[in-house]
Each structure stands twice: as C-alpha cells, then as structure tokens.
Design a protein around this ligand. Sequence first.
Ligand code: HEC
Ligand code: HEC
Length: 297
Amino acid sequence: MSSGMHWWIVLLVVGNTLGMWWLIWWASRPRAGEAATGDVTGHTWDGDLQEYNNPLPRWWLWLFYITIGFTAIYLAVYPGLGKFRGLFGWSQEGQYETEVDRADDTYGPIFASYAGQDIEALAKDPEALQVGQRLFVTYCAQCHGSDAKGARGFPNLTDAVWNWGGTPEAIKTSILQGRMGVMPPFGPVLGEEGTENVANYVLSLSGRESDATKAAAGKALFDTQCVACHMPDGTGNQALGAPNLTDDDWLYGGSLQTVMATLTGGRNGQMPAHQQFLGDDKSHVLAAYVYSLSQPK
Ligand code: HEC
Ligand code: HEC
C-alpha cells in the first residue's frame, strides 16, 4: 500500500467515525422552537395521525455511542487503519500459518514415520491405509472416484492394469510428477478407410468382434504407425503410458466407434503432479493406499 493510500484510508475511517459521533450529537440536541418533550409537533397526516416529539430512549442513543467506542478499540487492536497493523500485529495470514504450523507439529511426525517405511510394508498397515484413504477421498476422488474405480478417461486404480506401472515406485512417481498421455491424432495420416481398418485390427488384438479382411489390411498400417509406442504385439509401453491393446481393458472405450475416435482425434489424458501441493510424505502414504487397492486381499 502506498503511503498516499494509507493516509487516505486513515482519513476516511477517522473522518467517518467522527462524523457519525457529530451526527448523533447534532440530531439529539434540543432545538429552539420545538415542541416540548411528549407534546404533539403539529404535523398531521390524513387528519388523524399526529406526530409526537418523543426522543429516542436513552439506552438506544447510548448503543450508538458504544458502537463508536467499539470502533476505536477495534481499530487500535486489529488492522483497519491503512498500514497500521494493530497493537498485537494480528493478520489473517498469520493466523492461518499458526494453524498450519500447529497441524504440521501434530501430524508431521506421523507422516514422517510413515515416510521412513517402504510402501509395500505400509500397504499392510491398517492405520496408514486409513490415513491414505482419507487423503485419497480429499485429493483424488474427484477424478478417480471415491472407490478409485475411475471413469472414462480416468484410470481404475483397483485392478491389475497399469498404463504407467503398478509397482510402488511407479505409482509414487505418477502421484508426485503427474503423467501426460500423448496419443497423437492419426486422422490425416490414415484417412477414413485406413482408420477403420486399423481400428478393426485393434479390436482383433483383444479378441473383440471385428471384420477379418479390414483387420488384415489394418495390421500393415499398425506395424508402421503404432508399434513405436504400443509395441509390435500391441502390449503397450509403460514408459510412455501407451496402453496394452490386447487386454480388453479400455481407458476410453473399446467399441469400433470409440477406437476410431481415439485414432482420428488422439487422446491426451493428464494426471496432475502433486509434489508441490501434497509433498513427499503424504504422497508416500497415498502411494501405499493405491498400491494396496490392486493387491489380492
Ligand atoms: C507416440 C506414441 C503413440 C503412438 C505412435 C500411438 N499411440 Fe496409441 N496411445 C498412446 C498413448 C500414450 C495412449 C494413452 C493416451 C492417454 O492416456 O490419454 C494411447 C492410447 C491409445 C488407445 C486408447 C486405448 C484405451 O484404453 O482406450 C488406442 C485404441 C490406441 N492408442 C491405438 C493406437 C493405434 C492404432 C496407433 C497407430 C495408428 C497408435 N495408438 C499410435 C501412444 C501412442
Ligand atoms: C484432475 C484429475 C485427476 C486428479 C485430481 C488425480 N488424477 Fe490420477 N490420473 C488422472 C488421469 C487423467 C490419469 C491418466 C493419465 C493418462 O491418460 O495416462 C491419471 C493417472 C493416475 C495414475 C496412473 C495409473 C496407471 O494406469 O498407471 C495413478 C497411480 C494416479 N492417477 C493416482 C492418483 C492419485 C493417488 C491422486 C490423488 C493424489 C490422483 N491420481 C489425482 C487424473 C487425475
């Protein structure tokens, strides 16, 4: 805040407060020529309604003075007068930071002790899993669902299918650094017929119903365009997040129409990075929770 702004605000606040004081004093002062207290003033409406000169009750008047007194005390203690921070230096951020520090003091050691254990061991600790589940519901459920079973475009984390890897380390890396799936659009490269042929070949890989002639024509295209990421046998590559196309488990859908849409327009699923936001220790507990979901009970 510039010092011009500071003094402007001080002037407005002090001026308004003194102004209110003056207004109350001025309005409650007896005036020359007015009717005596309790008498009619002479104003009438509709011939019957008459105005009496009755002052505000004293206690009411005093309420106004008390609120003005409160203003003075409040402005002395809390920030409000421009840059003046109040006698105790209270601030919203300060209060927030104190509360966060207090929470860190309480929970920090718990997370630190979890961080010292490896993820596989932690995934068998019921208490750690409870903490992990609570974190999951808060930070992950809006995309992956509160049961972690995902939705279209958001992977199911409870099964054995992993696009980026299901080891404890891979899961933790997914959480900390995020993941960005890059499936380029092939519409222009393949053309409409080519797209339909490759899509039929893709469906045949997982034993779905497909047109054998089109699939055979599609294989040649697959072998030139797709194998770099999805591998020659179509089983995918976790280093790139390229899904296994042979397992009949689909991130976006396995109908002919959906596969053709995937090929034509490409796909770019994004898992946001959580390192900055959650830090190492919480991500560690979350990784253990997610890892536990796909382990046989
Ligand atoms: C540059 C690497 C790359 C190439 C080349 C590539 N893909 Fe992909 N593909 C991916 C990635 C990564 C994904 C996952 C996208 C995501 O997570 O949003 C994917 C997703 C898909 C899916 C969706 C699977 C599902 O579970 O819904 C299909 C189908 C697919 N690719 C088929 C193909 C075919 C057919 C080709 C060749 C025409 C091809 N891809 C070429 C990287 C590639
Ligand atoms: C804004 C939505 C969003 C949020 C929030 C989110 N995710 Fe994800 N997550 C995704 C998407 C989308 C993918 C798939 C990326 C891709 O297409 O490859 C993903 C992928 C993953 C994967 C990799 C799955 C695989 O098959 O390898 C893991 C593990 C994961 N998320 C865990 C989490 C956890 C734990 C949290 C909470 C801290 C979280 N996610 C929060 C959207 C989200």
